[in-house]
Design a protein around this ligand. Sequence first.
Ligand SMILES: Cc1ncc(COP(=O)(O)O)c(C=O)c1O
Length: 370
Amino acid sequence: MNTSIAIPYLDLAAQLRPLRDELNAVITRTVDNCTFCLGPDVAQFERDFAGYCHAKYAVGFNSGTSALHVAMRLLDIGPGDEVVTTPMTFVATSWAISYVGARPVFVDIDDQTCTLDPKLAERAITPRTRAIMPVHLYGHPCDLDPLLEICRRHKLPLVEDAAQAHGAKYRGKVVGTFGALAGFSFYPGKNLGACGEGGALVTNNEAYAARARSFREHGSTQRYYHDEIGYNYRMEGLQGAVLGVKLKSLDQWTQARRRVARRYHELLADTPLQLPREADYAESVYHLYVVRHPRRDELKRHLEADKIGCALHYPVPLHLQKCYASLGYQAGDFPVAEKAARECLSLPIYPELTDEQVGRVAAAIHDFFK
Ligand SMILES: Cc1ncc(COP(=O)(O)O)c(C=O)c1O
């Protein structure tokens, strides 16, 4: 094993290299046709991605954040309303709630999956609650059945934040249509990433899909006639074309990610690390491979000194972020999320990571605990 070679946390160039000719061809075609904003490639990708999610509709956006924001608008959520969500996520989850003037109401997470704990969700519901928005964090689906049961009891819509979970399965069915709406991100480093920003809303509801298309295009269905206040949230034609090419490889990439995860499980089983485990209902797409240990910071420094990239997802849970100080949460409110934030460490995981590279990461970890 060559121990001098650096292992980047993420190697997007390795993913793009085999697709270079195909990507260049569709990019050139888009430039030749000048189909820069929405256009035929976006429309085709929307059909293909809807099919991938076994959904009736996918609506392309310029980011996952925009898609989730529009999900809140579609549900007519606004000032005075509350949305129950997880504090252990990327901040864009709660931006969607904050952008419409509503209040994110955080609920602690399940220690094993780091997703919203359904046992705690119901207690957070008040007469002002308008939706529950769980996150399929790290590519692992949250426990949807009990959350859907709570939604049914309280007549609330569920919105899936599926930004990290393209193709992840809950009880054998891909995520994206369990709730009223699901938001996906195509940020370049996601399991399905654009060559730039991108996102989508997925739904089986025709009225939501039509209104989402209006929202992303300045609140209009007819040019220069604006039915409600909208946004410029259109997906770029270039991104639709790129995503159409990349979608064809997604299943194969997911299998490769799952192989890397299996290899890590085997090689790290005898370390003191808490390893990610799939719940019995889940098939994770391993967007991230997040291990946990109280000496996380030391381990991170050790790996980085050994030229192994790693990252933190996420070092500060949302209820303790400065931007949400006015919500009045305190340290200690969500002990499981706070512990996960202190202990989490994301190891390199991508389809192109070789067995040798995984072996080198594992060897460096063994060396740390020696
Ligand atoms: C859980 C989660 N939600 C939402 C988003 C927002 O997606 P985007 O970066 O495409 O705006 C991301 C990705 O960054 C995410 O990881």
